[in-house]
Structure formats: C-alpha cells, structure tokens
Design a protein around this ligand. Structure first.
Ligand code: HAM
Length: 426
C-alpha cells in the first residue's frame, strides 16, 4: 500500500518548532491587547460570492487560487450553494461586522484574528496552500473617526512595535497610497492609455488586464514585463487633494513616531478592496516570498458587500514567514525540559511519579523516565530532552537528598527535596 502523506502545500508543524509559533501568537495577543484590540473568530469557509465581491473577480486569488465547491442541496427545495475555504480573513471580518451590526455602537471596532487561510498557489519556501495569518482590522462608521489618518499611523506603529518585541530586526516598511475609488478610476484610464503602445509586448495576463483592470498590470511578476512596467505613470500623480492630504498626514505621524518607511509607487497589492494607504513589511531573509505582512485601507468594502458605510484599515501577517524569519535570525530553538527524573529500578516508579507531579504542579517542565531502564539509557535520554537529570534511588528517597546533574556544566549536586524546585528553576 502506498504511504499517505500531507497534501502538497500543506504541512505538519511539530515540536520544538510549535513553541516558536506559540511565542509569536502570545506576543501578538499581548501587543494587540495593549492597543485595545479584541479577538474575532470567523468561519473557515464562506459563501463564494463574499470573496468575489470583496477581493475581486479579476485578482489572482479569486480567479485562480480559491478552493471552491458546490455544497450539495439537502432538500429538493434547497439550492446548492457555492462555498469557498477562506483565502484571507478581511472579507469575513467585514461580513461579520455587517451581520452583527457592530457599527450600531457608534464606536470603532478593533478586531484581530489568528488562523489558517487557503490559496491554491504554487508551493515554495514561504508559500503554502494552507498558511496561517495573524491579522487585525479597525472598522467603524465615519463618525467614529474610522477615516482618520491617525488610525493608519497607529496600525503601522503597532506593527513596528510587534516586530521589535518579537525580535525581528531588519524589516522594511513599504508605503503607498492607491487613492479613492475616483482616483483609481482616473489612474486606470491613464494606465490604459499608457499601455496601448506597449501592451503587445507584454504577457497574455497583462494583455487581458490592460482591458479589464489595468491596475493589476502592476502586480505582474513576469521578468520580461518589468522594464515596461517601470516606464508606466505612477498613481501618486492621479491622487486628488484629499487623498494627497490624507497620505501626507499618515507620513507625518509616522515621522513623529520615528517609524521608518520607504515609498513604493508600485505597491497596489493583489486585492481589489484597497483605497488610499497600502503597505507591506518585507524582510531580506525571506528570499523570493519576501512579504512578512501586508495591508491597507478599504473605505468602500462594507458597501461593496451590502453593508453601511464603514471605512476601515487592517493588515495580515504571514505567520509561516514570521517563523522562517525568526529561525534565520536565531539559532534553532531548543525546547528542553527543566529536568529528567530517573528512578533507579521499577519499584521506584510510583515515587518518581509523585516527585514529577510535585515539580510539575510547581510549574516546572519535567520529563519522567522509567525505572526499567538502565541508568546509562536514562542518562542518554535525559541528555537529549532536559537540562538536568534527577536521580531517584532508594537512598535518595529515604534521606530526602537528591542527586542532580546539570548537563551544561557537568556538575553533580546534592539537593534536599524541599529545595529542588528552587534549584531546578536556576
Ligand atoms: P495578503 O497580502 O494577501 O493580504 O496576505 C498577507 C500576508 O499573508 C502576506 O504578506 C504573506 O506574509 C502571507 N501570505 C499570503 N499568501 C501566503 C501563502 N500562500 N503562504 C504563506 N503566506 C502567505 C491579505 O490577506 C489581506 N487580507 C490583508 C489585510 C487585512 N488587508 C487589510 N486588512
């Protein structure tokens, strides 16, 4: 029989690497809490129409990468429904905002999420078909200040703080403004005109996009098209006064907070819902898939899926890429127990369980051996899994003085049982 394996583009996360995932998630939760965000959990699959209407039919995500299926009708009167595994989480959050009338409170909603997303992309380092995002959205009625450039700057400052606290150094924040819907319509016209003389030399996707949605030409990754793309007009020249002022205010607040950024005129992002501010944090250590995270403003998204006016801004980080970056920056994480308890002989197994229970209840990480093993075998196992070994023989049990060996120093120490906890914590 052939051996079954995890499906292409998916993977198992194993210890000790999962400790790193937990550390990243704990840091995100702690940092987001300080900015007064609360957690939202939305379903992993949604009505396909949600993504078509928000992310956009013409994007790679919707046109090529979604896991979509017809859900069977349960009764004859029921229609089959088209469902999709979420390729991203902003659409689901905005749907939930509308469905639960969260705007009625008149307050900004500050929501974060951590969870799997699914895109049928070509797998490579840092790019998977099931990947995890940590993201957040700030959304609310305009009366709550949801359009303020301060919200954009605050989100970017929070991301810089998060990456600093996580220990990720050397990131670059790339920033752009894609303007309002009207600015983009104007820019699309400008681009369409500029593409006419050159599009014949471009890839077939670009030839189609030049007609349907010229902005998407800027996403093209085909190397031969890049010199042509470099000559196209930039969106900054199509922004109206209010978009220009909004962007200037975002940059002024970032300058004041000393969050460094570089402007990238080509940063239009691969999703159609963006308006005004768009951004990506990249990291050189990641290779081709260098975007640690991306995000931006989406002032018209709620209305596009049938909701009230509810401007918003948010981001999502690729958790897989945070892990890769940390692994490249740090030496491999070692997840060692505080101690390995080695009972000398099977008769001491119950006493060893009692000792392990005491120490674990005191908060220590303990590996429990087995009195059936020879001492040499216990030492070998302990050396691989723990920082210290605690020997528990008949003498130790009677006297209450335990023998502890610390592997890093090779030191052997006699420790009274009552002080063992304190000793192991050192
Ligand atoms: P996105 O740029 O499509 O934006 O994805 C955000 C991040 O998710 C990327 O920067 C990358 O780190 C990670 N990512 C995307 N695809 C993959 C993949 N196949 N494998 C591994 N990591 C991946 C969004 O999803 C928007 N919803 C972000 C947002 C929130 N905008 C506003 N609010």
């Amino acid at each position: 029989m052939s051996i079954l394996k995890a499906v292409r583009g998916t993977r198992d996360l194993l210890p000790p690497e999962t400790a790193l995932w937990n550390r990243i998630e704990a840091t995100a939760r702690a940092v987001f809490a300080r900015y007064n965000f609360g957690e939202i959990r939305t379903p992993i699959f949604e009505d396909t129409a949600l993504f078509a209407r928000s992310v956009g039919e013409e994007t790679d995500i919707v046109s090529k990468e979604m896991y979509t299926w017809e859900d069977r009708a349960r009764a004859q009167s029921e229609k089959a429904q088209s469902l999709t595994l979420r390729p991203e989480n902003t659409a689901g959050v905005v749907r939930a905002y509308i469905e639960h009338q969260l705007g009625e409170s008149g307050q900004l909603q500050k929501l974060y999420y951590i969870g799997p997303q699914f895109r049928r992309e070509r797998p490579q380092k840092g790019r998977y078909r099931q990947f995890s995002q940590i993201g957040a959205e700030v959304i609310g009625p305009p009366s709550a200040g949801s359009e303020s450039p301060l919200r954009d700057a605050e989100i970017l400052e929070m991301l810089a703080t998060f990456l600093d606290e996580l220990g990720i150094t050397g990131w670059t924040l790339e920033l752009n403004s894609v303007g309002s819907a009207a600015d983009r319509a104007r820019y699309n016209d400008t681009l369409r005109a500029a593409l006419v003389p050159v599009v014949g030399q471009m890839c077939v996707d670009c030839q189609r996009r030049a007609v349907t949605n010229p902005l998407r030409v800027l996403d093209c990754k085909v190397p031969a098209d890049q010199p042509i793309i470099a000559t196209l007009p930039v969106i900054a020249d199509s922004l109206d006064e209010s978009s220009r002022l909004h962007f200037a205010a975002v940059m002024a607040a970032l300058d004041a907070a000393k969050v460094p950024y570089t402007r990238n005129h080509r940063l239009v992002r691969g999703l159609d819902y963006y308006t005004r501010t768009t951004f990506e944090f990249t990291h050189g250590g990641l290779g081709a898939q260098n975007a640690l995270l991306g995000g931006g403003r989406y002032d018209g998204l709620s209305e596009a899926i049938g909701g009230p006016k509810a401007p918003g801004i948010g981001f999502a980080m690729g958790e897989d890429r945070l892990v890769l970056t940390l692994q490249a920056l740090e030496s491999a994480p070692l997840l060692l127990a505080d101690a390995f308890i080695a009972p000398l002989g099977e008769a001491l197994n119950p006493a060893a369980l009692v000792l392990a229970r005491e120490l674990r209840r005191a908060g220590l990480r303990i590996e429990l051996g087995d009195g059936n093993f020879r001492l040499k075998k216990s030492f070998e196992a302990a050396d691989k899994t723990a920082r210290r070994i605690v020997i528990l023989g008949e003498d130790e049990l009677q006297s209450g003085i335990l023998t502890v060996k610390t592997f890093a120093t090779g030191m052997q120490t006699k420790v009274p049982r009552s002080e063992l906890c304190i000793f192991l914590r050192q």
